[in-house]
Design a binder for this molecule. Structure first.
Ligand code: ADP
Ligand code: MG
Length: 384
């Protein structure tokens, strides 16, 4: 990623004017609580130090001009004074999506010149899309003096994905990107959107390993899981699986298809694990974290059926080398993507070399290892 001075120069060379402020927002990793967000359940993600940075200045003519250093041959341009619809640039549509949902909610928007830079890996399950949405929404909020709180910015980011980008994600990615705090994970109640900061012990490292397994059929499988969960909730007579217990589920097992039963069992048990993992993290209790994260992975593999041999294999490799000193599971949307390890700082190198030694040999793929710290959420900085 470029430093601020070069970025500012780049902005000036494109727009012949100085940027007025920077909005930046992070990617995230989910420690535990997978596929629970759209079931109104609990999740425990943390923001990363990888960030998407948006330099911007107000325009009085309503035009939104956008360049991204990651897509140097494309530029995006549209007017907030006209109906906002999809354009031809895939990434540019994320910016349009934010303008669309804000306008739909009745806000009157200002135009902007925008330059985007980022070190959030794209498509790696670290939610570069949420980082972009939250940073861009933060910029619209700033220039238009919309007065949006971080939680509202997150909800608009989610609406942008749901209603414009056709991705039916839950609220987790945007909310942690908007509200993350350095050194802390965030316990989110996806029903009330209440959040609680949970300190990550100093001696605990967060290591993310991306399988780089080519993800296929992700959207159709994701939507199928969503449907199974909704139908199970309907048969249970609850609005969402958040309000169901394992006992209730067992009582109506014969009324459900096998898939509905297994998907629901994952979600209900995962919610319980998030609550237990939160207090284990607060106690720095790696044993309990290991049990809970292993159980989460097992449930994602056998009940939710979203793991692949490559991510199962990575979990095995990392758990084997860490033994009792680490907690490991798949993280994110599944069907490939990444795994997350919590371990003591002194064991990080062991994870790295175990992955180097074994993963490519077994799966003919190269993994990417990211050693991370919990970073800050959305930040706006005025430039002089
Ligand atoms: P993930 O959120 O897991 O990284 P997605 O497919 O949801 O993967 O989002 C990736 C998309 O987000 C990219 O294809 C691009 O359209 C957009 N995007 C992310 N970061 C940037 C960036 N720095 N500049 C422009 N577009 C970006
Ligand atoms: Mg995304």
């Amino acid at each position: 990623m470029m430093n601020l001075e070069s970025l500012t120069e780049k902005f000036e060379s494109i727009y012949s004017a100085k940027p007025q402020a920077i909005s930046s927002a992070p990617g995230r990793v989910n420690i535990i609580g997978e596929f629970t967000d759209y079931n109104d359940g609990f999740v425990l993600p943390c923001a990363l130090e990888f960030r998407t940075v948006v330099l911007f200045r107000t325009r009085e003519d309503g035009l939104v001009n956008v360049h991204s250093l990651d897509y140097p041959s494309e530029k995006e341009s549209f007017s907030v004074n006209e109906q906002v619809s999809s354009g031809s640039s895939q990434w540019g549509n994320y910016i349009r999506a934010i303008a669309f949902v804000l306008k739909r909610a009745g806000y009157s928007l200002k135009g902007m010149d925008i330059l985007i830079d980022s070190n959030v890996p794209q498509g790696a399950g670290l939610s570069s899309s949420a980082a972009l949405e939250v940073a861009v929404c933060g910029a619209f909020n700033h220039v238009g003096k919309l007065g949006l709180a971080p939680q509202e910015i997150a909800v608009f980011g989610q609406q942008a994905e749901n209603d414009f980008m056709d991705c039916q994600c839950g609220i987790m990615d945007q909310l942690i990107s908007a509200k993350g705090d350095q050194g802390k994970a965030l316990l989110i109640d996806c029903q009330s959107l209440e959040t609680e900061d949970i300190s990550i012990p100093e001696d605990l490292s967060v290591v993310i390993v991306n399988s780089n397994y080519p993800r296929k059929l992700v959207d159709s499988e994701y939507n199928q899981r969503r449907q199974d969960c909704e139908q199970a909730a309907a048969k249970l007579g609850v609005k969402t699986l958040r309000d169901a217990t394992i006992e209730q589920l067992q009582n109506i097992e014969t009324d459900l298809t096998l898939n509905q039963f297994k998907r629901a069992r994952h979600v209900i048990s995962e919610n319980n694990r998030v609550i237990k993992a939160t207090s284990a993290l607060q106690r720095n209790d790696i044993d309990t974290l290991r049990e809970l994260m292993s159980a989460s992975h097992y449930s994602l593999k056998h009940d939710f059926e979203v793991t692949v041999p490559a991510t199962d294999g990575l979990v095995d490799i990392c758990q084997t080398v860490l033994g009792n000193n680490g907690a490991v599971r798949m993280t994110g949307g599944g069907f490939g993507g990444a795994i997350v390890c919590l371990c003591r700082s002194e064991d990080v190198l062991k994870v790295q070399s175990a992955v180097d030694e074994n993963y490519e040999k077994q799966f003919n793929l190269k993994a990417s290892v990211y050693v991370c710290k919990a970073g800050d959420g959305l930040k706006i900085t005025e430039l002089k």
